[in-house]
Design a protein around this ligand. Structure first.
Ligand code: RAT
Ligand code: ZN
Length: 417
């Protein structure tokens, strides 16, 4: 294929490549429709996304307490978010804009400000068909779920061998093992593993068996945990012990990457439920030490604090066993995605995963990827222009390859390593 010889053609090629690239969404909280009751979708779920619930309580009248809110039906909760966040205030946040983008892309006129016809339409949808429609609209080939063997409501479905379909792949979520050992012991014991509160060699062997058995059942693409800002490795924290004795050996043996999402301060306001978590600056040294000490283990890492992003990029330049991904949660905002994507390209070239959706509601895939793609297109248009000014002439195939790389191609190459 011929090299591109002018900047106008270069820009249209880059923008087309981004618009048409298939996306692999490497971290979501979606479930297969067959896991009944777990997959969230529809306008009321969109409006009660925990990002919007948090916003609601920054602007709601004093007498609307979280306690009262949680007692209401989903529809009543959605009405309150609509009233306070959308109608009575500017609806200018990224999460509010997301609801609008999603509904507009589904064909609704949000300027009519009327939820009823939208609700009626959703009530008529078949979930399987709707899932396909959302994936097609968002341009996603497949999304990776978060599959948690420590949650009984999820375990039941896997034990019943319910199919996940071809659009959803698995990831083995292991938080309690690292951050709440007594809860982990309770669940593993209930599932028949002989584990003790004070872990010894036998207990860790059983924890490894638990992970291996679940890996056999789920065939996950990676294991994953979210970790607090204070996570340190090596250290005398229980998380470091469990990492060393349970997680790393299984990761090594099965060539299964360990995904670490670092920097969440859990439940600073518990009344808000899922909306009650915050962010803290973490220490990238933990990632550096894990990568350096375990060259035969692969790590996927995203961090929550904006402050950590530069150091994490530098760390990724030092270790081929580290792949960085996503603009996680409080970083998944246009200004920060723009900044992070530019910085990552400048430090790493096209070897990272530009974003993940973290979608908890199926329909969110539509806006999360629409918004991300707009920014990535702008950033890449700039970067290819600078490359052109420096004398390089890429082909369309090369641009398509590298754009796909940022949306899942490099993740797949990392998995295959
Ligand atoms: O982004 C979110 O929705 C968070 O609440 C978490 O789900 C986080 O992404 C996680 O996976 O722990
Ligand atoms: Zn998540």
């Amino acid at each position: 294929m011929a090299a591109i010889k002018d900047t106008e053609k270069l820009e249209t090629t880059v923008r087309k490549a981004v618009a048409e690239a298939a996306v692999t969404d490497i971290h979501t909280h979606l479930f297969p429709p067959s896991h009944e009751g777990l997959l969230l979708w529809g306008v009321d779920e969109l409006l009660t996304y925990h990002y919007l619930v948090a916003e609601l309580f920054t602007m709601a009248p004093r007498d609307l307490t979280p306690e009262k809110f949680w007692k209401l039906s989903k529809r009543e909760q959605a009405d309150l978010v609509w009233e306070h966040v959308f109608v009575n205030h500017g609806a200018l946040s990224e999460a509010a804009r997301g609801v609008m983008t999603t509904l507009t892309k589904l064909g609704f006129d949000v300027s009519a400000r009327d939820l009823e016809p939208i609700r009626k339409w959703f009530d008529e949808q078949d979930v399987e068909d709707y899932l396909n429609k959302v994936f097609d609209t968002a341009g996603i080939d497949y999304a990776v779920m978060t599959n948690d063997p420590f949650k009984s409501e999820e375990v039941t479905h896997w034990q019943a061998d319910r199919p996940a379909g071809d659009k959803l792949r698995t990831a083995l979520r292991i938080d309690p093992l690292l951050v709440d050992w007594s809860a982990a012991v309770e669940t593993m014991s209930a599932q028949g593993y002989d584990v003790a509160l004070r872990p010894d060699a036998g207990t860790y062997a059983q924890a490894r068996k638990f992970l291996s058995d679940w890996a056999d059942r789920l065939e996950p693409l990676y294991m994953a945990a979210s970790l607090p800002p204070g996570f340190a490795y090596p250290s005398d924290q229980p998380a470091a012990d469990a990492m060393l004795n349970a997680v790393l050996p299984v990761a090594r043996e099965r060539n299964l990457p360990v995904a670490m999402m670092i920097g969440v301060r859990k439940q600073v306001n518990p009344a808000l439920g899922d909306a009650g978590d915050s962010v803290g600056i973490a220490d990238v040294t933990a990632v550096q030490n894990l990568c350096a000490e375990n060259p035969d283990v692969k790590f996927l890492v995203t961090m929550l604090s904006r402050v950590n992003q530069h150091e994490l990029c530098v760390c990724a330049r030092k270790f081929g066993n580290l792949h960085i991904f996503g603009c996680w949660w409080y970083c998944n905002n246009p200004s920060i995605i723009d900044e992070m994507t530019r910085m990552r390209l400048e430090l790493l070239g096209a070897n990272f995963t530009a974003n993940h959706s973290d979608a908890r509601v199926l329909d969110q895939l539509i806006y999360k990827w629409d918004h991300t793609k707009r920014i990535v297109a702008d950033v890449l248009a700039d970067k290819y222009r600078l490359q052109f000014d420096a004398g390089w002439r890429p082909t369309e195939d090369e641009i398509n390859r590298d754009v796909r790389g940022l949306f899942g191609g490099m993740f797949e190459q990392f998995l295959a390593k």
